[in-house]
Design a protein around this ligand. Structure first.
Ligand code: AMP
Length: 193
């Protein structure tokens, strides 16, 4: 399956200093949501580039009720449909600790955490040896709290809508990483259910 992360697409646009990236950077650093129109365009471009055989995992999208409507229309245009919507439920204080401590290797993409998964050699990636371990500029406690407030106000209202369609699967995100991964894999195995 192909993972389409709107956050990754927006960070790539910020790095490339495209007009979208320039417009999005300040909003992202403050923990706000980027405009629905920008996000819809990014997803549409990616959908056009995929072959019908590719299954898709949308990551961090849709995040607003407007984005649900846009996604419904895009899926119809591209002759696709949703199998599952997965909610990872995590206590907010635990989330702040997880997010503010995370690091990733900009060379190979491996993920680390100051406390829960530090690299064996401090400052170096275990997988590729690079010393390019970076923290996201929006992973400060202040921005994470703003992101959570946006989540409560704008994203949580989408859950009952997907629940009413029988698509919502809730996973306990407080469990160990392996258990959470297994629970997600179990849902994806039931691909057509
Ligand atoms: P993420 O990588 O999913 O944590 O997203 C990082 C940031 O990108 C978010 O805090 C938003 O500013 C922006 N963003 C990502 N996905 C969306 C989306 N679907 N709608 C609006 N803004 C988004």
């Amino acid at each position: 399956m192909v993972q389409l992360s709107t956050g990754d697409m927006l960070r790539a646009a910020v790095r490339a200093r495209t007009p979208v990236g320039i417009a999005a950077k300040a909003v992202m650093d403050a923990g706000g949501l980027v405009s629905d129109v920008i996000v819809e365009k990014l997803i549409d471009e990616r959908l056009m580039a995929l072959t019908p055989a590719n299954g898709i995992i949308f990551d961090g999208y849709p995040r607003t009720v407007t984005q649900i409507d846009a996604l419904d229309a895009l899926l119809e245009t591209h002759d696709r449909y949703l199998n599952h919507v997965v909610e990872l439920a995590v206590n907010e204080e635990a989330l702040v600790e997880r997010v503010t401590g995370r690091l990733s290797c900009t060379t190979c993409g491996a993920g680390y955490h100051n406390r829960f998964k530090p690299p064996v050699r401090s400052g170096h990636c275990d997988r590729c040896g690079s010393s390019a371990l970076e923290r996201r500029s929006d992973d400060t406690a202040e921005a994470v709290r703003a992101r959570l407030a946006e989540y409560r106000a704008k994203t949580m209202p989408i859950l009952p809508l997907y629940e009413a369609r029988g698509l919502l699967k809730r996973i306990d995100g407080m469990a160990d990483a392996d258990e959470v991964a297994a629970a997600i894999a179990d849902i994806l195995d039931r691909f057509d259910s």
